[in-house]
Design a protein around this ligand. Structure first.
Ligand code: ADP
Ligand code: MG
Length: 446
């Protein structure tokens, strides 16, 4: 379907033609007409299917077609879980709003707060932000959201995983009026937490899902390789990098420390690799991403900080050096390749330490996975047997002690306090943690 059949303003159509986009992707042709009618939308479609334009086009349409509620407040706010993704969305917005009076500001952690206050004074109509920093600005009263017309949450589930629920609710409260439209997008929106928050933030939304989040991505060839130990993984990685014909590759590790160690090893072997992790300062992060985008390096080693949203044309391969802890991150990690109809390759190493994560990925994908081998590097590890189920021994009624009250949702409580979880994935923006521990995450300064 051509964009012109979606009811878009001719000025937008002209821009799309100029950008070389003619046919709308499935998510675009489904979501755009609903969103330009003003309805709330909860939309999911696979990675690389064009969700960004699916929300930017209705936002731009609103600029062209309706009057602002106030002159001062931002009209559209787009939130993303990472600074890198915010920058990318902002760049895509700039291709659409260039030459119009509908200017925008990028408001992310790690950048100078006062410069951002000045940006707000220019009354931008679009704000693309990470939730932590935006909530700080609301606190500081650098901006107000009473006049906000559209709130867009990209990768909403990830913002919740990272502990930004409080900030999202704060932002929602600041813009909580009847005429606000809210759109949520992700490749994985089936979390319980997403359903909870969306029922509070969205008003009778239209649910759009193009395929299922666990459906096989036909443009990505997925392979899983069993490994015995770290040295074995390293040898496999060397072999893969030697034999695969890759343009650029992203290697995901479990922790920042693993990212640094692996990058060092690759560089010692003269394989030019760069590391992107949350403990770098923002200008280092910016320069690494821009170098990788310009293909100055062929290998990027990172953590789940880069699993979401990033759209890099030349990434032909994704390697999971370690399996992700959260099954849906697997879908997002491999989705850094095979985008916009291109083909990609994903290779995952599964050692004893990865077994539990692997099983949850397998369960999430609802597929029985067969393992591949790499010639000359076959290992001994064949997977772990499930732990035998504990036998339930019925106690005599007389033994029964009054039982302690059950703790509510132990697993979710654990998730919030698991420090490693934050250390591995921290994105540098006010990751929500109990006050005392907040300084543990030293990468941001905001
Ligand atoms: P998603 O958010 O679904 O992962 P993106 O919005 O990042 O996907 O888009 C993935 C790639 O597809 C981008 O490079 C984008 O420019 C391109 N793209 C988006 N819409 C179209 C379209 N209608 N035709 C061709 N390419 C498109
Ligand atoms: Mg996206």
């Amino acid at each position: 379907m051509h964009f012109k059949d979606l009811g878009l303003d001719p000025r937008l159509l002209k821009k799309l033609t100029h950008l070389g986009f003619d046919r709308a992707t499935e998510i675009q042709r489904t979501a755009v007409p609903v969103a330009i009618m003003g309805k709330d939308v909860l939309a999911s479609s696979k990675t690389g299917s064009g969700k960004t334009l699916a929300f930017l086009l209705p936002a731009m349409q609103r600029m062209y077609r309706s009057k602002p509620f106030t002159r001062r407040d931002p009209r559209v706010l787009i939130l993303t879980p990472t600074r890198e993704l915010a920058k990318q969305v902002f760049a895509q917005l700039r291709t659409l709003n260039a030459g119009t009076p509908y200017d925008g500001a990028l408001i992310v952690g790690g950048e100078n707060f006062n410069d951002q206050v000045k940006e707000f004074r220019k009354d931008p109509m679009f704000v693309v932000a990470t939730p932590g920093r935006l909530a700080d600005h609301l606190e500081h009263r650098s901006t107000h959201l009473d006049g906000l017309e559209m709130l867009i949450l990209d990768e909403a589930d990830r913002m919740l995983d990272l502990g930004f629920e409080a900030q999202l609710r704060r932002i929602h409260e600041a813009a909580n009026h009847r005429r606000r439209q809210t759109l949520m997008f992700s490749a994985t929106l089936d979390h319980e937490e997403v359903i909870d928050i969306s029922s509070d933030m969205l008003d009778t939304p239209k649910r759009i899902s193009i395929g299922y989040s666990n459906e096989e991505h036909t443009d990505i060839t997925q392979r899983f390789v069993l490994c015995d130990h770290l040295d074995h993984k390293q040898a496999l990685l060397d072999k893969v990098l030697e034999t695969e014909d890759y343009k650029q590759v992203i290697i995901f590790t479990a922790t920042r420390a693993d990212t640094d160690r692996l990058t060092k090893e690759l560089n010692e072997r003269k394989l030019k690799a760069v590391a992107l992790s949350g403990n770098l300062n923002q200008s280092q992060r910016n320069s690494i991403m821009s170098q990788f985008e310009r293909v100055c390096h062929k290998i990027l080693v990172t953590t789940d900080i880069a699993s979401r949203g990033l759209d890099l044309d030349n990434v032909s391969h994704v390697i999971n050096f370690d399996m992700p802890k959260h099954a849906e991150e697997y879908v997002h990690r491999i989705g850094r390749t095979g985008r916009a109809g291109n083909k990609g390759d994903a290779i995952s190493f599964v050692g004893p330490k990865d077994w539990k994560s692997f099983k949850s990925v397998e369960a999430y994908l609802q597929q029985e996975i067969t393992f591949s081998t790499i010639e000359g590097l076959e290992g001994k590890f064949k997977g772990l047997k499930p732990a035998p189920k504990k036998k339930f021994v019925k106690k005599k009624a007389t033994d029964k002690k009054p039982s302690a009250p059950k703790k509510a949702s132990a697993s979710s409580a654990k998730k919030k306090t698991d420090k490693r979880f934050y250390e591995n994935v921290a994105v540098g923006d006010n990751v929500f943690m109990p006050k005392k521990k907040r300084n543990v995450d030293v990468n941001s300064g905001d």
